[in-house]
Design a protein around this ligand. Structure first.
Ligand code: PMP
Length: 390
């Protein structure tokens, strides 16, 4: 028999992902589908990063690597986080993980005992409740409503924390799927609640290089929060290294020491040659991160320009990240029916909002992950499709 933990892991949260699988099956069957589903760049990892990876492997970095991560890479991550937060950060505050995803699970295992409650925000990145369940916790959603630009609803978080005694809150800014960047006022109010109710904030900041409007603020930067914040970072989105599976957790030294013990009993670290490539990539500097994020900035403007010429679809904030989050209620269809019909009739695959929780059921998420021309054509098609429904 399989464990209760594993058989209940995904829960009922994944409505809508069957459409992603359907579009993949259509592609496999030879149909021409414009896929605007998952968050992956339309470019591969750059050649010089791959050269660094290859050279490191050839130079012998093929054995077990240091489990917390290469000292130089941990130093570099610490330097990056210190520069953006102003909080003194050293390698002892950093563990290298197999992508942000491994960090999400590890931070839940770190903070959550069997039966504990853990808060997360709806709409949400789909693995969030599963990572809480995998740690034996009970996921509790707190809504971030469209009418408030999907910003944090701090009084609702306070109420949920008081009601459940939650050990942690998981937030994501810039946000997938909504594109919202959490504002200073909300984050400062949240910091007060986190301290008063004594819970951890797990802050998923994997889109911190994709900022289109406003500024990214890390929870770690706020007064008294470094000791109760676990920041999750990743090379996936910022450096187009999704397949390399390399990211990090930044937090208090004692937390990192426990996470090293967990890593010793799970992944046994991240391959050394990948870490060398990650260090090389980080040393390329801000200019390279800008270069990787620039196509999404461009495509966002293409979409906003096209969608300004119609009034059925409404774009939400789109302040950051590689997606457009679009309110399709004006079409008279549910997000799911909209996405399914769009796939069948126009051969365009997008994610129905319901894949990201109840709050988003009248939305679709459009990934900006095809070349500009194809993307512009797809947005035009989606707008025409929406118009044809009314
Ligand atoms: N957090 C969010 C919000 C994401 O969208 C993703 C990937 N799509 C991840 C974490 C995990 O990314 P990775 O494991 O590649 O770092």
């Amino acid at each position: 028999m399989f464990s209760q933990r594993i058989t209940t892991l995904t829960g009922q949260d994944l409505g809508g992902w069957d459409l992603f699988l359907k579009s993949r099956a259509m592609v496999a069957a030879g149909e021409k589908i414009t896929e605007l589903t998952i968050g992956e760049h339309d470019i591969p990892t750059s050649a010089d990063i791959l050269d660094a990876l290859h050279s490191a492997a050839k130079a012998g970095h093929t054995g077990y690597a240091d489990i917390p991560g290469l000292p130089d890479l941990r130093d570099k991550v610490a330097e990056r986080v210190q520069a953006t937060t102003g909080v003194p950060t050293t390698r002892d505050n950093v563990i290298i993980t197999a992508g942000g995803q491994a960090g999400l699970l590890a931070t839940q295992l770190l903070t959550c005992d069997q039966g504990d409650h853990a808060l997360f925000i709806d709409p949400f990145y789909p693995t969030y409740p599963g990572s809480i369940r995998a740690a034996g916790g009970v996921p509790v959603a707190v809504n971030a409503l469209a009418e408030r630009g999907f910003q944090l609803d701090v009084p609702a978080i306070d109420e949920a924390a008081a009601r459940t005694g939650a050990k942690s809150l998981l937030i994501n800014t810039p946000n997938n799927p909504t594109g919202t960047i959490y504002g200073r006022a909300e984050l400062e109010a949240l910091a007060e609640v986190a301290k008063a109710r004594d819970f951890w904030v797990i802050s998923d900041e994997v889109y911190d290089s994709q900022i289109w409007e406003g500024a990214h603020l890390s929870m770690r930067a706020l007064d008294g929060m470094a000791e109760r914040t676990l920041v999750i970072g990743s090379m996936s989105k910022s450096h187009a290294m999704t397949g390399s599976r390399v990211g990090w957790i930044v937090g208090p030294k004692a937390a990192i020491a426990h996470l090293v013990a967990l890593s010793t009993h799970s992944t046994y670290g991240v391959p050394g040659y990948i870490q060398h490539a990650a260090l090389f990539a980080l040393n390329k500097g801000q200019g390279f991160e800008d270069e990787i994020s620039e196509p999404f900035a461009r495509r966002r403007l293409i979409a906003l320009d096209i969608l300004a010429g119609q009034n059925v679809l409404r774009v939400s904030s789109a302040q950051g990240a590689m997606y457009m989050f679009v309110d399709i209620a004006g079409s008279g269809l549910s997000g799911r029916d909209f996405a399914e019909k769009l796939l069948d009739e126009r051969k365009i695959a997008v994610m129905p909002g319901i894949s990201f929780g109840q709050v988003a059921k009248d939305y679709v998420r459009i990934a900006m992950t095809v070349d500009d021309e194809t993307f512009g054509r797809a947005i035009q098609d989606i707008a025409a499709f929406a118009q044809a429904q009314v």
